[in-house]
Design a binder for this molecule. Structure first.
Ligand SMILES: Cc1cc2nc3c(=O)[nH]c(=O)nc-3n(C[C@H](O)[C@H](O)[C@H](O)COP(=O)(O)O)c2cc1C
Length: 324
């Protein structure tokens, strides 16, 4: 197998979706995919009451995405993540929500390249981990290619060598975060150009990618691809990644084997007091495209949230699905 960058194929950070349960499930289908956490703010890590750094050893390689802008806070949070075993840190410079802008982080940081550079350096020094940046191609009227290059140059000068670029700009007002994932047009060529102009950087492309053959096309121009919504809706797509994009020859698990492997994990979560649905909700798309997939989803959705539900709900739901 060739030695590819860890970012060659990754699953996007998605708030409320890519939690530890989701990542455990996804890992069963691909050994090489880089998994991301949801965005976690520095405030939550440093001052929050919960444990926002929960991660299972089976998840590696896994990257923690941080939201924040104060270099000292980011450094402390990155250090805490390193202690907990995360493999990589990513800074969110792509989220356009009002809440995030009020905290002066997310996509609005594209206008503050020097600050992002300082933050990257502080996180690297404090954690000893690779630190990457996930960004857009522009914000509001700051959407020229020169603006994007200037941002990348500033951040690169402080030691960032990997950028994941969501190939559309973000409007900081007027569009909801959801609209900002669909309405501004995709411009893959701009990301390809960035790679041509910064060949020494690892550049991964994100936004609207739905198939592994599309990934192969992008990989002729950039170093990595990141998929979000499509993988969440159709997670078994992952089972082709190791062979098709990483050149592995190991036969992937079937969907039913994946399900079987989830049972002991789910049992142990149930014993710890976690409700079935917190794990099962990420698995609704497992049988996408097969006869009975809808009945599987319906049974899980209608029963998974009932207190006391266990593995038998999943087994019953799976009985509606026809073998491949
Ligand atoms: C439910 C949801 C939550 C998201 N949360 C985050 C987040 O926490 N951090 C982030 O950088 N992007 C977040 N995103 C954006 C994705 O990471 C990704 O950039 C976007 O969905 C485009 O990729 P896709 O077309 O493959 O889904 C989120 C997207 C969705 C759908």
């Amino acid at each position: 197998m060739q030695n590819f960058p860890t970012n060659r194929f990754s699953i996007a950070p998605m708030l409320d979706w890519t939690d530890q349960y989701c990542r455990y499930f996804h890992r069963l289908m691909s050994k090489n995919t880089l998994l991301y956490s949801e965005m976690v703010t520095t405030g939550a890590i440093l001052y929050g009451k919960g444990d926002y750094l929960q991660m299972d050893n089976a998840e590696h390689p896994v990257c923690l995405q941080l939201g924040g802008s104060a270099p000292l806070d980011l450094a402390q949070a990155a250090k805490a993540a390193a202690v907990r075993g995360f493999d990589e840190i990513n800074l969110n410079v792509g989220c356009p929500s009002d809440r995030v802008q009020n905290g002066r982080f997310g996509a609005c940081l594209m206008a503050e390249g020097a600050l992002v550079g300082d933050a990257v350096k502080a996180m690297k020094d404090a954690s000893g981990l690779p630190v990457t940046v996930k960004t857009r191609i522009g914000i509001d009227d700051l959407d020229s290619y020169e603006f994007l290059c200037d941002f990348v140059e500033k951040v690169k000068s402080q030691g960032c060598d990997t950028f994941i670029v969501h190939a559309r700009k973000a409007w900081l007002s007027g569009l909801s975060p959801k609209q900002n994932r669909d309405v501004p047009p995709l411009d893959y060529e701009r990301v390809y150009q960035l790679k041509r102009d910064f060949p020494e950087l690892t550049i991964a492309i994100n936004g609207g990618i739905k198939t592994l053959s599309e990934c192969e096309t992008h990989l002729q121009h950039v170093d990595g691809v990141m998929l979000g919504r499509e993988i969440y809706a159709n997670p078994y797509l992952l089972s082709g990644v190791d062979q098709q994009l990483f050149g592995c020859d190991k036969i992937p698990l079937t969907r039913f084997e994946v399900l079987e492997k989830m049972y002991p994990y789910i049992e142990s979560q149930l014993t710890d007091g976690v409700h079935l649905n917190r794990v099962a909700r990420h698995m609704l798309g497992l049988f996408q495209g097969l006869p009975g997939a809808r009945a599987w989803r319906r049974h899980l959705s209608e029963n998974g949230h009932i207190p006391g539900s266990g593995i038998e709900v999943m087994q019953k739901a799976a009985s509606f699905v026809n073998e491949e």
